[in-house]
Design a binder for this molecule. Structure first.
Ligand code: GAP
Length: 451
C-alpha cells in the first residue's frame, strides 16, 4: 500500500468510526482544525493518562500544574515570542495565497494543484516574518492596550509559577513541573491531518537542574521519553532520535534532540527534548523584578536552575499511535483491518457481545458490561449482525478484547474472551474476568501482538 493511500485510509477510518472529524464541517470547515469524536476523546484521554502517570504520578521529583491560557502579555514579550515566534512567509501576487517560504517544496498552488507556488503563473513576494501567536483583546476596551495572546506553548505558565511551586511544594532542584493543556498557533502550512493544527494539546515538563548537570539530565530525559514511546508499543524501527543542527535551535535552546517518527509523509518530530539553559527564568526575573533564583540552605548557594524540557503533543502522539497500529491482514475470505493499539490506550477495552439476541443472552451480557464499567473498563455493547462482523468492527477501532456471552454462560457463568491481535479465544469465568483482562493488558507487547 502506498504511503498516501495509507494516510487516506486512516483519515477515512477516523471520520467513519468517530475518532476525528473536520471542525465546522457543515460550514465547509476551517483550515487545520479538527474535532474529536467519541472514540477520539477516549484515545486522547488515555494518552494523557499514560503521560501523566509516567511523568508525575510515578515520580517523586515531578509535580503538576494547570496554568491559564491567557497570561499577562508581558510574558510573551519577555519569552521572546512576540519578537521571534514567526515563520518566513511569502504571498502569491496573483491568487493571494500565503505559503511558508521554507516549505515551498511541500506546498501546492490552490488554483493549479499540480504546481508548486511560484511555478504557476503567480509571482511570489519576498519572505516576511509572520508571527504565529493568536491575538485577542481582554476587558471592555478593544485597543492596543488590551491586546493579549493565546499561549503558543504551555511552558511559560510553568516558568511564571516556578517560585510558587518551589515555595508550596518544598521541592529543590533537580525537580520538574508538568502540565498538559491547549496551545494555539496560527499555522499556515498544510497540516497533514492532525499532525499540525492551529489548536492542539501539549504535554510538557520543565525539569529544573543545578547548572553543570544539564548534560546528564538531558541524556536521561531523551532516553526516558524514547522508552515511553516503545512501552506504548510503537515500532522501534519507526522511531529515531535526531539532534538539532545549530541553525534550527529555538532562540532559548543551546541543544535539542527530537524524537522522530517515520510518518507516511516522511520523518517528523513527535516530541522535542530541549536544553533551555537558564534563559526563561533569568529573562522573567529581569523583566518582572521578582527574583527567580533558588537558594540552597545546605550549601548557602544561590543559583538560577537550568532547564531540560521534554515537550510532546497529545494529538500528534494519538495520530502516531493510530498510524503505527494500522494493519490490514489477508484472511482466507476477507481482509481484516485491525488497530494493534496498546490495550492501555485503546478507546474501548472490551466489546460486549451476546451470541444471539434471545434466550436471556442480551440481559446477561449487559450485566457483565455493567460490572466491567464499574471496575473502570470502557465497554461497547453490540448485538447487531453476525458475531464475525461484530468482531471485525471492534478490530477496526482497536478493541483488544471481545467478551461473548453464549448458552454456556447461562449454565456455568463463563464467557469467551476473544483477543484482537491473535484472534484466539479462551473460556474465562466471569468472576475472574476483570483480573484476567488486566493481566492480559499488563503482559501485552507489540512484538507478541503482531508475531
Ligand atoms: N515548549 C516547547 C515547544 O513548544 P515545540 O517543538 O514547538 O516545542 C512541542 O512543540 C510539541 O508540540 C511538538 O513536538 C509537537 O508534538 C507538538 N506541536 C507543536 N506544534 C504543533 C501543531 N501545530 N499541531 C500539533 N502539535 C504540535
Amino acid at each position: 500500500m502506498s504511503e498516501a493511500v495509507l494516510m487516506e485510509k486512516i483519515v477515512s477510518l477516523c471520520k467513519r468510526r468517530g475518532f476525528v472529524y473536520p471542525a465546522s464541517e457543515i460550514y465547509g470547515g476551517i483550515g487545520n482544525t479538527y474535532d474529536y469524536g467519541p472514540l477520539g476523546v477516549e484515545l486522547l484521554r488515555r494518552v494523557k493518562d499514560a503521560w501523566w502517570s509516567a511523568m508525575v504520578r510515578e515520580r517523586e521529583d515531578v509535580v503538576g500544574l494547570d496554568s491559564a491560557i491567557i497570561q499577562n502579555p508581558k510574558t510573551w514579550v519577555t519569552s521572546g515570542h512576540v519578537g521571534g515566534f514567526s515563520d518566513p512567509m511569502v504571498d502569491c501576487k496573483k491568487c493571494k495565497a500565503r505559503f511558508r517560504a521554507d516549505k515551498l517544496e511541500d506546498a501546492r498552488c490552490p488554483e493549479k494543484p499540480s504546481k508548486k507556488p511560484g511555478q504557476c503563473e503567480g509571482e511570489l513576494t519576498e519572505p516576511r516574518a509572520f508571527n504565529l501567536m493568536f491575538e485577542t483583546n481582554v476587558g471592555a476596551v478593544k485597543d492596543s492596550s488590551s491586546i493579549a495572546y493565546l499561549r503558543p506553548e504551555t511552558a511559560q505558565g510553568i516558568f511564571l509559577n516556578f517560585k510558587n511551586v518551589l515555595e508550596s511544594s518544598r521541592l529543590r532542584p533537580p525537580f520538574g513541573i508538568a502540565q498538559i493543556g491547549k496551545s494555539f498557533r496560527n499555522e499556515i502550512t498544510p497540516g497533514n491531518f492532525v499532525f499540525r493544527t492551529r489548536e492542539f494539546e501539549q504535554a510538557e515538563m520543565e525539569f529544573f537542574v543545578p547548572p553543570g548537570t544539564e548534560h546528564e539530565w538531558f541524556d536521561y530525559w531523551v532516553k526516558e521519553r524514547h522508552r515511553w514511546y516503545l512501552d506504548l508499543g510503537i515500532r522501534p524501527e519507526r522511531l529515531r532520535i535526531r539532534a538539532h543542527d545549530k541553525d534550527e535551535l529555538a532562540h532559548y535552546s543551546n541543544f535539542t534532540s527530537d524524537i522522530e517518527y517515520e510518518y507516511p509523509f516522511g520523518w517528523g518530530e513527535l516530541e522535542g527534548v530541549a536544553s533551555r539553559t537558564d534563559f526563561d527564568l533569568k529573562r522573567h526575573s529581569e523583566a518582572s523584578g521578582v527574583d527567580l533564583v533558588f537558594f540552597d540552605p545546605q550549601t548557602k548557594e544561590h543559583f538560577t536552575p537550568f532547564v531540560i524540557e521534554p515537550a510532546g503533543g497529545v494529538n500528534r502522539i494519538a495520530l502516531t499511535l493510530l498510524i503505527d497500529a494500522y494493519d490490514e491482514q489477508k484472511l482466507e475470505d476477507d481482509v481484516r483491518v485491525v488497530l494493534h493499539l496498546h490495550p492501555r490506550v485503546a478507546p474501548i477495552t472490551a466489546g460486549i457481545l451476546p451470541l444471539v439476541k434471545k434466550e436471556g443472552m442480551p440481559e446477561r451480557a449487559k450485566e457483565i458490561g455493567k460490572a466491567l464499567r464499574k471496575a473502570g473498563l470502557t465497554t461497547f455493547y453490540d448485538e447487531k449482525a453476525a458475531i464475525g462482523r461484530r468482531y471485525r468492527r471492534m478490530d477496526e477501532v482497536g478493541t483488544p478484547y471481545c467478551i461473548t456471552v453464549d448458552g454456556q454462560t447461562l449454565e456455568d457463568n463463563t464467557v469467551t474472551v476473544r483477543l484482537r491481535d491473535s484472534m484466539a479465544q479462551e473460556r474465562v469465568a466471569v468472576a475472574g474476568l476483570v483480573a484476567h483482562l488486566e493481566a492480559c493488558t499488563a503482559a501485552w507487547t507489540r512484538d507478541a501482538a503482531t508475531a
